[in-house]
Design a protein around this ligand. Structure first.
Ligand code: BEZ
Length: 252
């Protein structure tokens, strides 16, 4: 089952996805006049923030609903629908930026090959996404909850959460020079008492779609009970995100 997106829910209850990506723009360090691609732009808030620093920026996203919403949000920028594994650009760009997208694409080598082809020599690739151990406690509780209901772990997880070493191999096999990489815990606040349930409903549909509504309720209550001691603090749920962040350069 492919992930589908509710753009209102993405922009509102999950605004942290782009709000927490703001400081990745500092690592990108866009210069006035540079041509930049936002790969997996979602509803375009970070694309607009890059443009506000004076760069010429365009956004692509695999989901047409996201692209349509991005175009409504920022009509003066250019957005289009394209797959990160197959996209091509009319002209190579100075930098490619990607926030909270690459963990959805297990074929990382295909993405990196397209990024390489779309960059000028000396072009930069700046990305942040889920790294090794991302959502470890939530995913363990999800598997346990499904098991208690008599269901297996469902089909293979749709996500790619590499270590720095694994991702460095993919980048270097393509020819990139990896100049900066970090992997760090980034507990991420989820809005309201239903924060955990909203996260699951938005991002983990694949693990819910074979359960009846009653079974889903049972699963949510069990997960909340199991995770509350670690992931609920002072009235707030936190997702146990771990972020890998990289800056790689295509040599001249
Ligand atoms: C993440 O942003 O780390 C993430 C989002 C949805 C599913 C899995 C991970």
């Amino acid at each position: 089952m492919n992930q589908t997106w509710d753009t209102d829910l993405y922009q509102d209850a999950h605004a942290f996805v782009w709000q927490l990506g703001q400081d990745l723009i500092d690592l990108l360090n866009p210069q006035p006049g540079e041509h930049i691609l936002d790969l997996g732009c979602g509803t375009g808030q970070l694309t607009a923030a890059i443009a506000a620093r004076g760069a010429r920026v365009q956004g692509i996203d695999a989901d047409p609903a996201m692209v349509a919403q991005a175009q409504i949000n920022t009509p003066h920028l250019t957005f289009s629908t394209a797959d990160a594994c197959t996209f091509t650009l009319a002209e190579p760009v100075d930098a490619i930026f990607s926030n909270a997208v690459l963990h959805w694409i297990p074929t990382a080598d295909q993405v990196v090959a397209q990024v390489w082809a779309a960059l000028k020599p000396s072009g930069r690739f700046i990305a942040e996404f889920g790294g090794k151990g991302n959502m470890g406690q939530v995913l363990t509780a999800l598997a346990a909850g499904r098991m208690a209901l008599g269901y297996g772990p469902s089909s293979a997880t749709p996500w790619y959460f590499p270590s720095i070493g694994e991702y460095a191999q993919v980048l270097e096999a393509q020819g990139f020079e990896l100049q900066f990489a970090t992997l760090r815990d980034r507990p991420t606040p989820l809005e309201g008492d239903l924060g955990l349930v909203n996260w699951l409903t938005m991002f983990a549909k694949r693990f819910l779609c074979d359960l009846s509504p009653d079974q889903q309720e049972t699963l949510f209550r069990q997960m909340e009970t199991q995770l509350r001691p670690q992931l609920y603090q002072q009235g707030q749920w936190f997702a146990d995100y771990r972020r890998i962040r990289i800056l790689a350069v295509k040599p001249e």
